[in-house]
Design a protein around this ligand. Structure first.
Ligand code: ZN
Length: 252
């Protein structure tokens, strides 16, 4: 296993654990359910999920991740974490670049039982926090990546995949055949909920992901705030009671 050499500058002693870092002082924020909604919308089969079931998939996925954190995680330090992973036969590799996708921060390679962490992601997150005057413990940034990927490992080896614990969605009916598919993005929602609960941080790692994505695309804070507001409005429309029901009551 290769471990990234961490710097031992005196300034590092002042660096903060992620659980003490606030994002809302500097950035627009969104709660984990609404962030989960943004994530779910990216699922290939999202258009087939009945509207009224959308909150169910998000809430169940979050619950799945939080329950797993309670059972398996314990705010591990990097050293403890590496030892746990070693005992479970999981290798950790730090890689300079992802071969094809610059947006991928880390991944779990199931066949090799290996977690790969891409160094540019560590640098990007560290400088993101530096810009808001937060000197974040570099080890914690590594731990953030490890928890997410370890969750995927545990899904495969211990408690089963999140998407398979949830009902499949009906994709189409063809004569007598009904095609159903699992909603894979629930795995991501659960992995982020797992990481947040395990590290006891007060914002979802999904928020960090989206802020990094939007700022990299050149969005201003106002644009991000407006986008978050749109998401909130869309979700509220989904969860509002149907007007049709009121009509029925008014005209029995
Ligand atoms: Zn993932």
């Amino acid at each position: 296993m290769k471990v990234l050499a961490t710097s031992k500058k005196p300034s590092d002693t002042k660096s903060k654990r992620l659980k003490y870092v606030s994002l809302e002082r500097s950035w627009p924020v969104l709660n984990p359910v609404l962030l989960g909604f943004m994530e779910l919308k990216q699922d290939n089969y999202f258009p087939f999920i009945p509207k009224e079931q959308i909150p169910f998939y998000i809430e169940k996925a979050i619950q799945f991740g939080q329950d797993a954190a309670q059972r398996y995680a314990n705010d591990f330090s990097l050293k403890e974490f590496i030892n746990i992973l070693l005992k479970q036969g999981v290798r950790v590799n730090f890689v300079n670049t992802h071969p094809s996708d610059q947006w991928i921060r880390a991944q779990y390679l199931e066949k090799k039982s290996t977690i790969e962490i891409y160094r540019p992601s560590l640098v990007q997150i560290k400088s993101f926090f530096q810009e808001i005057d937060e000197s974040v413990d570099e080890k914690d940034i590594i731990v953030l990546h490890l928890y997410h990927e370890w969750f995927h490992h545990l899904e495969e080896k211990k408690f089963g995949r999140t998407d398979r614990s949830l009902p499949k969605t009906r994709i189409k009916k063809w004569g007598p055949f009904v095609y159903k598919r699992g909603i894979r993005r629930t795995r991501e929602i659960a992995a982020h909920a797992f990481t947040q609960a395990a590290m006891n941080i007060n914002w979802s790692p999904l928020l960090l992901d989206y802020l990094l994505l939007f700022t990299r695309q050149g969005w201003t804070k106002t644009q991000i705030r407006e986008h978050f507001q749109q998401i909130k409005n869309q979700y509220e429309q989904l969860t509002e009671p149907e007007f049709a029901e009121d009509d029925e009551q008014a005209n029995p």
